[in-house]
Design a protein around this ligand. Structure first.
Ligand SMILES: Cc1ncc(COP(=O)(O)O)c(C=O)c1O
Length: 347
């Protein structure tokens, strides 16, 4: 099967750089970024800070490095961090929050990826010799394990009020925050103005090959620069990573709408297929998750899909995740749903 015939719905991280990005890499003005001398990196960082309405930004290698750098820059070892129980930091980042940042993660189970402010308040304990100091609340937007759900600006604001009340900092893992902003048709600052600092990824729906940005105030970014270095993330001619990032911020944000429209179409078509349960209310951005009837062997279903050139992921026992991105066209949705229908009809 040639690459062209494969419909890869596993993640938006599979997107390849555009021709313009590759061209920009060739012509990028480079320097040693550990000395702060890479003009392309500096430009991207300024653009990112400006877009997010914060003072400064720092280019890092990945979303995981962005989260770890951010945790280390917001907290001291031994402190307590509130996060959603199915958040990426807690589930998929190899326990770096405790193993490397030395923090006590305090997971809170939520209904839909958004921890309620009252839940945080209920978990706060009075200061005491036996308790770690709580310092940070993390929110994830959009929420990966909840199928790309948006945590609304109103909700982020409500969480920020609890954070302020108890002198906690609020951090956003905004890996896909532009998906949330585009879906709600609001400026991304509607989310970011409520948080102290955040990260977002270039290497997901924005199509860059590498990179994420940590964003916050100047003093915070200086701490993050040191923490990135200790994590081995000090890069030299990193302009080759930053150059596509600049194009992403200039040109790739609005097109996320296409991914959302394709996800909606995918969700609507899947909803009509027998043997599948999907809540269309949950399809808010570029992810579609659905549950297979318990009588269906999910592993076998995914193998059969793959034999038809369609790649998807299992997210839980009988839960399948599909993600739309720049490599997916409308006709791919038709092909994918046709294949799902054929496979399940033979089950
Ligand atoms: C919400 C969220 N945060 C962080 C990450 C980590 O990003 P990376 O894979 O670049 O380390 C991901 C990756 O999918 C994610 O979905």
């Amino acid at each position: 099967m040639s690459d062209k015939e494969i419909i890869d719905l596993r993640s938006d991280t599979v997107t390849l750089p555009t021709g313009e990005m590759l061209e920009a890499i060739k012509h990028a003005k480079l320097g040693d970024d550990v000395y702060g001398e890479d003009a392309t990196v500096n430009k991207l960082q300024e653009m990112a800070a400006e877009k997010m309405g914060k003072e400064a930004a720092l280019l890092v290698t990945s979303g995981t490095q962005a989260n770890l750098t951010s945790l280390m820059s917001n907290c001291k070892r031994g402190e307590q961090v509130f996060l959603e129980a199915e958040s990426h930091v807690y589930w998929y980042e190899v326990g770096g929050v405790s193993a490397i940042a030395g923090l006590l993660p305090w997971p809170i189970k939520s209904e839909s990826g958004a921890i309620e402010p009252e839940q945080i308040e209920a978990q706060l304990r009075p200061k005491g010799v036996s308790f770690p100091d709580p310092t940070l609340i993390c929110v994830e937007n959009t929420h990966n394990r909840y199928g790309g759900k948006i945590i609304s600006p109103t909700h982020v604001k409500a969480v920020s009020e609890v954070a302020k009340k108890y002198s906690l900092k609020l951090y956003m893992d905004g890996a896909r925050i532009f998906n949330a902003a585009v879906a709600l048709n609001v400026d991304v600052k509607e989310f970011t103005k409520h948080v102290d600092n955040l990260m977002f990824c270039l290497s997901k729906g924005l199509s860059c090959p590498v990179g994420s940005l940590v964003v916050g105030d100047q003093a915070y970014i200086e701490r993050a620069r040191k923490n990135r270095k200790v994590l081995g993330g000090g890069m030299r001619q990193a302009g080759i990573i930053a150059a596509p990032g600049i194009i992403a911020l200039e040109k790739m944000i609005d097109r996320l709408r296409e991914d959302h429209a394709n996800a909606r179409l995918l969700g609507e078509k899947i909803a009509k297929i027998k043997g599948v349960k999907i809540n269309l209310k949950d399809v808010q951005t570029n992810m579609v998750t659905f549950d297979l009837d318990p009588s269906i062997d999910c592993e076998l279903f995914l193998i059969k899909l793959k034999q038809n050139g369609i790649f998807a992921l299992a997210q839980a026992k009988n839960r399948v995740r599909m993600v739309t991105h720049r490599g997916i066209e409308r006709q791919d949705i038709e092909k994918a749903t046709g294949a799902i229908e054929r496979i399940l009809s033979k089950n």
